[in-house]
Design a protein around this ligand. Structure first.
Ligand SMILES: [Cu+2]
Length: 69
């Protein structure tokens, strides 16, 4: 099932952070699109819920050193 979610993520401050989050989450199987908005500290994600769960996505962002709120 295709799902769309927006997570609030603390700690992202620059282009490096955007790249780290977009690349790590984008690599997950089942994630179709990921877009960071620095200004609102949010990450918009399109994913297939039968292939990847939200916890895995959140863990991946936290593994990069950011806090999912
Ligand atoms: Cu940064």
């Amino acid at each position: 099932m295709a799902e769309k979610t927006t997570l609030n993520v603390a700690g992202m401050t620059c282009g490096h952070c955007v790249k780290a989050v977009e690349e790590s989450v984008g690599k997950l199987s089942g994630v179709e699109n990921v877009k960071v908005d620095l200004e609102s500290s949010s990450v918009e994600i399109d994913y297939l819920s039968d292939k990847v769960d939200l916890k895995k996505i959140k863990d991946t962002i936290e593994d990069q050193g950011y806090d999912v709120q």
